[in-house]
Design a protein around this ligand. Sequence first.
Ligand code: FES
Length: 102
Amino acid sequence: MHNIPYKKHVLVCLNETCKCQGSDKVFEKLKARIKELDLKKTYRPSRVLCLGLCGKGPNIVVWPEGTVYCGFTEDRVEDLIQKHLLGGEVLNDLLYKENISG
Ligand code: FES
């Protein structure tokens, strides 16, 4: 069992590299849509500074499952909300795919 105050917590990297790739637009749209849909009490977007995947961005992580999405663009925010957050469906085409070694 996870002890987090929200059903899901979406961390959006807003450090330099991801920001240059548009993560600020992803964050603002995600925040606005969560508010418009009256989901603020259960789904929380937060800014973070670097997820260690610079150059693959914009990068985001969804908790508690720890799903990492790379190359996440503004036009996929609605998919994230409707499919992943509300529907429990992972967006396979955006998943971080490299394996951890060692
Ligand atoms: S700048 Fe976003 S992962 Fe490093």
